[in-house]
Design a protein around this ligand. Structure first.
Ligand SMILES: Nc1ncnc2c1ncn2[C@@H]1O[C@H](COP(=O)(O)OP(=O)(O)OP(=O)(O)O)[C@@H](O)[C@H]1O
Length: 484
């Protein structure tokens, strides 16, 4: 069995113990020590680190086994390992936050299925590698969530669909409603802290920056632990944090999942407005909820996760008839049905001006936009050849062509057809025009006896010129919306 030494300065952390491959021997085995630095490898006598999962702000996370469970259950061992550049005050704060993570996991994780359980929290004093003094390490052992976090999912799969993001939003609002009701603010919501389990359940991770909200002067003060781009202004400025601080970060997470763009690309620091809708358009109801959560001032946002859930449900109700792509079922937490005591008197109030609601155009990410433009051009060219060959350049022919083009554009804007569908449609149209001479009547007289080459050339020309025109319009649109 391979055991990974958790001492941060260990020169060769990977240890191999063949005698531990047998499970019953493993359960009875005496303490093992790192062959390189002498560090204990059976943490607290039972947790065996197998490999490094990653390194975060305050330490490392390891995938480990609990040798005192029948199945050698997997778990995550987190080691508190603050940066050596921290001053004594910051170090104290970092340690306090690590302990707070353990407290919160113990309090919340064991009660909510979407928050990891706390298994253990203990210090370990070991002889130092460099001097004859001792070093103290703090470990937190928690439930291992077998899955992939949304940072990695984004990296692997690209932007998520509106339906998938809505599911993340609803699920995390439900978890946040629970977290906030227990007087805690997460303060570090971001894609890499939301995990999609193999069971398709979503989990909220990393309570290392949590803030307990207590009543009293100076309470709820931000400690400067946040992720730039996701933290709202009150957190960035070290001011007081609120439940709506998490709502802001969750909305940023959602727009990042929709666009797969870094937050700096979605926020206009000149006008201090979120411009995510330039990158990707969603149904107006979802956009309104996200934009309200993205308000710069906490009192302009929803005041609770339940209030946001209720608004989302209301918007889904409004949209369910006209928009068939809208998920019919949203199941907010039971509390969402009743207005939260913290809810503002007018949850339907329009967003304050700081979060920009741009005119609705379905401009997507640049590659998707260029692809759609190229497809529209090519398909427009092929349809023109086919329709004008069949119906002639009459009013009926032109009307049919125009109608089909409008339908094609709407289908793309609503993402009913995208990516592979576009290739298939263009392929079928191209094959039809190239193989059925009856569809080439319009170009036959000008093709010089080479209808195939002419059709291909016209389709490519139409595609390229549409891309050029679309890019020009996109630039003008961006320029005008920036000026406005
Ligand atoms: N309970 C868990 N189950 C499974 N994987 C986890 C769990 N907790 C953390 N991880 C994974 O371990 C890695 C390190 O996590 P950690 O929370 O220490 O840092 P981080 O989230 O990467 O960074 P930061 O603390 O700066 O936000 C991440 O890849 C994370 O997805």
């Amino acid at each position: 069995m391979q055991l990974y030494c958790t001492r941060p300065s260990c020169p060769r952390p990977v240890n191999q113990f063949d005698d531990l491959d047998n499970h019953s021997a493993l359960k009875k085995a005496q303490q093992k020590y790192c062959t390189s630095c002498g560090m204990e490898l059976f943490l607290s006598g039972r947790y065996l680190s197998e490999r490094l999962l990653g390194q975060g702000g305050f330490g490392s996370a390891f995938l480990a086994r609990d040798r005192y469970t029948p199945t050698l259950r997997h778990c995550v061992v987190k080691l508190f390992q603050p940066s050596s550049s921290l001053g004594p005050k910051q170090l104290q704060m970092a340690q306090m936050l690590f302990e707070r993570e353990a407290e919160v996991l113990e309090q919340l994780g064991n009660q909510h299925p979407q928050i990891p359980n706390l298994y253990a929290f203990f210090p370990l004093v070991v002889p130092s590698l460099r001097s004859d003094q001792c070093e103290e390490y703090f470990y937190l052992v928690q439930e291992f969530i077998d899955g992939e976090d949304f940072g990695k999912i984004l990296h692997r799969r690209g932007p998520l669909s509106e339906k998938a993001v809505r599911a993340v939003l609803v699920s995390m609002l439900q978890v946040l409603a629970f977290v906030h009701q227990h007087g805690t603010i997460h303060r570090d919501i971001k894609p890499s802290n939301i995990m999609k389990g193999r069971n398709n359940e979503l989990y909220l991770l990393d309570f290392g920056a949590v803030k307990q909200v207590t009543v009293g002067p100076g309470s709820g003060q931000s400690t400067g632990i946040y992720t730039t781009g996701y933290a709202p202004p009150e957190q960035m400025s070290g001011g007081q944090v609120f439940p709506s601080t998490d709502l802001y970060a969750l909305a940023v997470t959602c727009v990042v999942l929709l666009t797969n763009q870094p937050t700096a690309e979605l926020f206009d620091s000149y006008t201090h407005t979120w411009r995510w809708q330039e990158q990707h358009q969603v149904s107006p109801g979802l956009a309104a909820v996200l934009n309200r959560m993205l308000q710069a001032t906490p009192n302009s946002r929803y005041q609770s996760a339940d209030e946001a859930l209720a608004a989302l449900t209301r918007e889904a109700g409004k949209m369910s008839v006209p928009n068939p792509s809208f998920p019919a079922q949203i199941s907010p937490s039971p509390a969402a049905a009743a207005p939260s005591p913290l809810a503002s008197p007018s949850p339907t109030a329009p967003p304050a001006p700081s979060a920009t609601l741009l005119p609705t155009s379905r401009l997507s990410s640049l590659p998707a936009f260029l692809g759609a433009a190229a497809f529209t051009g090519v398909e427009g060219g092929l349809l023109a050849i086919a329709i004008f060959s069949l119906l002639g350049t009459t009013l009926l022919g032109s009307g049919t062509w125009l109608g089909l083009m409008i339908i094609l554009i709407i289908l793309q804007l609503r993402r009913i057809i995208e990516r592979l569908d576009l290739l298939v449609i263009a392929g079928i149209s191209g094959a039809a025009v190239l193989l059925l001479p009856r569809l080439q009547q319009v170009i036959l007289p000008v093709s010089g006896g080479q209808p195939m080459q002419t059709v291909l050339m016209l389709a490519i020309l139409a595609g390229l010129s549409t891309v050029a025109i679309a890019v020009l319009f996109r630039l003008i649109f961006r320029l005008v919306s920036r000026l406005i």
